[in-house]
Design a protein around this ligand. Structure first.
Ligand code: RRO
Length: 312
């Protein structure tokens, strides 16, 4: 079975990888994702210029009924230099994604200048959608600012760069963000980040389950699958064909991976379920995907990608 993908001339031998934020903060975690025979790559925890401890705990919670997760991690990370050191030391044929999430435009530009001047030869993911830093709105909900940042970035940046988007919920917003993104030589677009500012309440105590922001946090897992698929599909239909799609959100089975591909995903990322199940999830999901492809008589993902049928 051919499970390969290509973004910006870089080859991926498997379609799955972690979603930024999950199992990718320390070098040990990054090593585990990278070492899996079933991952196409790894994406680093979104970094800020300096180390951040993130929000107070409890800041992550798994719903007991398997519906999903809520987090308000608050961008804990080891700092830009730590990830630069990690990625430039790797001897791997997997193209690594380096995620950056500055808390200001200038922080993002500074980190991207350093990446541009470095020996890093992977891909860069600009996270415009962190929902959990108190007082900092999700950048990609502000279309004007998104346009302004990308304009400045592409005035100097030449390496393969993509953006991580928050979910959109209106057709007009799909149209508007795609129109902006199509103005730039993006290598890829990754949809979706968690659904921001959800609220989960503990039944026994009538209390929120995470402490930061009074309990508000980003929702992931099965709860977000329909929104994730809609965003992948809507953006794939609107973006220039040379901009590749990464599908993220609600992946717990091989069928979920398959549906992301039907909607147009080139690569598929696993967040909540990786946190719950560990790196073994990649082998299980790939095997489940291969079973589906085989049963349907496909021998490569190219036969499936974007082939979602609608009711005429
Ligand atoms: O660290 C986080 O709280 C976090 C980030 Br940066 C993000 O992009 N998405 C998310 O759900 N959590």
């Amino acid at each position: 079975m051919n499970l390969t993908a290509n973004i910006a001339g870089l080859n991926f031998n498997h379609i799955l990888l972690n979603a930024a934020g999950v199992m990718c903060q320390t070098s040990e975690e990054l090593d585990r994702v990278l070492a899996s025979e079933y991952t196409g790559s790894v994406v680093t925890k979104s970094s800020t210029p300096s180390l951040r401890p993130g929000n107070v705990s409890p800041r992550y919670y798994e719903l007991s009924n398997g519906l999903g997760t809520i987090n308000s991690m608050g961008l804990p990370n080891e700092g830009f230099d730590y990830y630069m050191d990690y990625v430039t030391k790797q001897q791997t044929d997997k193209p690594i994604f380096f995620s950056v999430a500055g808390l200001s435009k200038q922080d993002n530009l500074d980190m991207l200048h350093q990446l541009e001047q470095s020996d890093f030869d992977g891909l860069i993911e600009l996270n415009l959608s962190c929902p959990n830093v108190p007082g900092k709105p999700q950048t990609a909900y502000d279309f004007e600012t998104t346009h302004e940042i990308l304009t400045e970035v592409f005035s100097f940046f030449t390496k393969p760069l993509g953006v991580k988007l928050p979910p959109y919920f209106d057709i007009v917003h799909f149209d508007q963000i795609a129109k902006i993104l199509n103005q730039f030589p993006l290598a890829f677009v990754n949809a979706i980040n968690s659904i921001g500012n959800g609220l989960v309440i503990d039944e026994a105590t009538d209390t929120v389950v995470i402490k930061p922001k009074g309990g508000f946090g980003g929702v992931g897992g099965p709860l977000v699958k329909a929104t994730a698929l809609a965003n992948v599909r809507a953006l794939r239909q609107r973006l220039n064909p040379n901009i590749k799609m990464i599908g993220t959100g609600g992946v717990t089975t091989g069928r979920d991976v398959y549906e992301h591909i039907l909607c147009g995903a080139d690569l598929v990322e696993v967040g909540s379920q990786l946190a719950i199940e560990g790196v073994g999830v990649f082998e299980r999901l790939e095997n489940e995907l291969i079973t589906i492809l085989t049963e349907k008589g496909y021998s490569s993902l190219d036969e499936v990608r974007g082939q979602l049928k609608i009711i005429e």
